[in-house]
Design a protein around this ligand. Sequence first.
Ligand code: NAP
Length: 232
Amino acid sequence: MTADVALVTGANRGIGLEVTRQLAGQGHVVFLGARSPAAGAEAAAPLRAAGLDVRPVRLDVTDRDTIEAAIADIDRQVGRLDVVVNNAAIHYDTTNRATDPDLTIVHEALDTNLHGAWDVVLAALTMLRRSEHGRIVNVSSGAGALTDMAGGLPAYRLSKVGLNALTRMWAAELAGDGILVNSVCPGWVATDMGGGGGRPVADGADGVVWAATLPDDGPTGGFFRDRRPIPW
Ligand code: NAP
């Protein structure tokens, strides 16, 4: 086994699916995380039929049992994990306001977008530390940038601000392990979350794949869009 091994969360559709396709196209073994096993199998089938080593794995980022089971499954199948892409996210809450919030939405967004990513990384750390070039990519958003923070989207914005903070903490704490950790905004992308009018999913996925395949002397603790740094 020489190919790098990646895990992408929320990979059965949207940007996660395209990141999976692109990483597998570069020769990675990619575990396609999906909370619905049926959706995961359905998403993986055409990629596998095209000769890519894409393996669906059940993973609900809000369910620690499925996270632990997915990581154990990866260990059993290939014995290594080099890349974790924290992509799964919910609640682009355009009708919500920080002055009049639907706190259920806020809690759900934090559970999935922030605590979910945190739990996945904690479960994956032992294998990532064993890797010779560990990479963590937090799929974030310009909506989580404090520099131009505005009103609205409180659930989504808070979850991405928190995720960006984890990027900085993990980058510092894992530097000695050679694990590069970065936040990437994919830009406005035409997916179920992004809606119509966004750019093609391949363009949004490109920066995520770039951060997942950085050379060992690549950046860590940064926030990027289209392979270029953006302000926090
Ligand atoms: P999407 O089309 O809505 O897809 C979201 C994915 O996350 C789906 O596969 C969904 O699975 C999965 N998911 C949701 N909750 C989950 C959970 N608890 N466990 C595991 N998977 C879960 O979204 P997208 O546009 O591809 O967004 C991907 C990432 O890019 C997100 O982090 C988002 O915040 C970020 N982003 C997107 C845009 C944009 O314009 N699209 C802009 C900036 C940042 P199900 O099919 O089971 O629901």
